[in-house]
Design a protein around this ligand. Structure first.
Ligand code: G6P
Length: 622
């Protein structure tokens, strides 16, 4: 969801904020704004009017155009890029929001759930509001507490937050105190960058990495005062002192730039051979004939005894969870349930001793997944996190876990994160299967060899991009599409449909191929492209029969088949070949053509590929 950024220091503030917003724009992009304080004014009164605020509906570029030639000066500033929750995306609802006296400006990522009650009581006490947002209520509340005297901004923010229910990462500036920013977090991420006499604030490390590698991750219910004079001080909302722990960022600047590609999504699709190799590195030990994963090896008994695995995730991560269900059943022989985190968190699930909950999340910040693991943890489950973003909330709250090491994923539609998740989950299932005596040395050795060959096989696939582009051209005007697969390729069908709808806005559905007889077959006519995954695996013959059924009804078939295939290929109008691999690893290959296909269709339709409408990369509100 929204991205927040802030800076205190000697650099010109506006460029740091604008660049930070551009880096964070993938998080939300319906409006943006900045506030800068501490310009060259002297008297306190003049400073009170010196909150230089610019905000605009639209992309960060619209904000830049709006600022035009203005050169707001100061040493301290905050910025925000919004994904609307309360109130339409427009200039007034854009952040920062101001206090009634115009002295404070606040940015917020999250939702103030009890904002309505607070707003009513503030209105009764004479406050008036400019926007429809929940956020504006918070800045008025802080203003009121400050006006009561006897406290500074740091304390006023803590007092205000103690009245608030919901999720927040906030940053507040005060025009009469231009050398400080007060920030806080609860359930929405916030990272502080510590430079030499300068400080950075951001929702994630991407705006910070080019300036400093030293960061402090704020924890839930912590409030920090960052002051150019006094440095960093952190207290909990309940006034307990927290000693900041400085951690080193491992992300390199190249990883968050486009590197010559037209879009981040295309770059990330092409990065998959490398990201999967990174994911395997150090874990697949062919020389020792074993897979090592610290997150499991520290809890071998727990995995050996496990009675059940519950997998939670959202979106693409949930699809990776579905692949994991097959993997765990095939290799580890543990019963698995895969749940949408948003459903699971509000159910009353039966969690028994010995249950393990695997939370899959690229960002590690998805609100529903985070809430699901908190609930499961309270009920006694062990939480195993599969996250991409190092230091993210889920990775820190999990009891153990494994990073996917895919590197930063900026395109909103997930690509390399998905294949890295599936890779980690395959390693996990194999390692656990070995520990439980379900996987023998020969099987393990074979799978390890197959896994190591995946990066090269993806290279082969990527070399067919031109062919995929031709297919994209033939079907980019279709209003609907169906994606069908069975077994390991059923989640691939779901993921293929999700990719297409996310970035091209073409209505697409994924189904297990046999299910079409129970409804979707009624949709089939010569205008409906049907994307089949018909690789030569355990379900091949069955899928071929399903293709026959579609063909008999005049459907146009695009089939992803195993290299050299003739039977399925003969039924298809277009064919994309993938190299042969073990059945369990097919999703790592069969997903890639659909990623490319969706990408090229979206480009042909002139969609905003990296920032599709209404979506956000990291969904930090429920
Ligand atoms: C959003 C993103 C998806 C992602 C989902 C779950 O909807 O646009 O690409 O799959 O959130 O995110 P997570 O970070 O938990 O994997």
């Amino acid at each position: 969801m929204c991205g927040i950024v802030g800076y205190l220091g000697e650099r010109p503030v506006m460029p740091v904020l604008i660049k930070g917003l551009q880096r964070l724009e993938y998080r939300g992009y319906d409006s943006s704004g900045i506030a800068i304080v501490g310009g060259p004014t002297s008297s306190t009164e003049a400073r009170a009017n010196a909150l230089q605020l610019f905000k605009r509906k639209g992309k960060v570029q619209d904000l830049i155009d709006h600022i035009g030639g203005a050169k707001p000066e100061g040493k301290v500033g905050i910025g925000h890029t919004r994904w609307a929750t309360h109130g339409a995306p427009n200039d007034l609802n854009a952040h920062p929001h101001r206090s009634g006296n115009g002295r404070l400006a606040l940015i917020h990522n999250g939702i103030i759930e009890n904002y309505h009650a607070i707003k009513e009581s503030l209105i009764q006490r004479g406050h008036t509001f400019e926007s429809d947002t929940d956020t504006e209520v918070l800045v008025h509340l802080i203003e009121e507490i400050l006006a009561g005297g006897d406290c500074d901004l740091f304390k006023a923010v803590r007092l205000a937050l103690s009245e608030v229910d919901g999720a927040y990462a906030i940053a507040v500036v005060d025009a009469t105190s231009p050398g400080e920013v007060v920030v806080a977090r609860k359930s929405s991420p916030l990272v502080l960058g510590i430079g030499d006499g300068e400080y950075f604030i951001a929702s994630d490390a991407t705006p910070i990495v080019e300036y400093t590698k030293n960061v402090v991750y704020l924890e839930d219910e912590e409030v920090a005062r960052i002051s150019l004079e006094d440095g960093l001080k952190i207290l909990t909302i309940n006034n307990n002192t927290v000693t900041p722990v400085i951690e080193a960022l491992e992300v390199e600047i190249e990883a968050i730039e486009k590197g010559g590609y037209e879009h981040f999504m295309l770059k990330e699709i092409h990065e998959q051979p490398r990201s999967i190799a990174d994911c395997l590195r150090g874990r697949v030990r062919l020389d020792h004939g074993k897979i090592t994963m610290a997150g499991i090896d520290d809890h071998t008994e727990m995995w050996t005894q496990a009675q059940r695995v519950i997998i939670v995730g959202c979106g693409t991560s949930w699809h990776a969870g579905l692949v994991a269900e097959y993997l765990f059943e095939d290799f580890a022989r543990i019963p698995v349930e895969v749940e949408y985190a948003s459903e699971f968190r509000y159910r009353n699930p039966v969690i028994n001793k010995g249950d393990i909950v695997i939370a899959i999340s690229q960002s590690g910040e998805t609100a529903d997944t985070l809430a699901a693991i908190r609930m499961a943890k309270e009920r006694g489950a062990h939480i195993f996190g599969v996250c991409n973003v190092v230091g993210s909330s889920i990775s820190r709250e999990a009891d153990s876990g494994a990073y996917t090491h895919a590197g930063p994923e900026i395109g909103v539609a997930s690509t390399k994160a998905f294949t890295a998740q599936v890779t980690v989950l395959a390693l996990l299932a194999l390692r656990v299967g070995w520990l439980r005596g379900e996987v023998d040395s020969a099987m393990l050795a074979r799978m390890m060899v197959e896994l190591q060959a995946i990066p090269d096989k993806i290279e082969v696939l990527l070399s067919q991009e031109e062919k995929v582009r031709e297919i994209a051209k033939a079907y980019c005007q279709a209003p609907n599409a169906l994606f069908l697969g069975r077994g390991y390729n059923f989640p691939v069908a779901l993921e293929g449909a999700l990719k297409l709808k996310e970035i091209s806005y073409i209505h697409a559905e994924g189904y297990p191929a046999a299910e079409i007889k129970h409804g979707p077959i009624a949709l089939i006519d010569e205008d409906m492209p049907i994307f089949f995954v018909a690789t030569q695996d355990a379900h091949y013959e069955k899928v071929v029969s399903n293709m026959q059924e579609v063909k008999a009804r005049g459907g146009r078939i695009i089939a992803v088949v195993t290299r050299g295939d003739t039977q399925a290929a003969a039924l298809a109008n277009h064919v994309i070949e993938v190299p042969k691999t073990a059945d369990a690893l097919v999703p790592l290959l069969s997903t890639v053509p659909f990623q490319l296909l969706s990408y090229h269709i979206a480009v042909m339709l002139e969609r905003n590929v990296d920032q599709p409408r209404n979506l956000a990369k990291s969904v930090t509100v429920e």
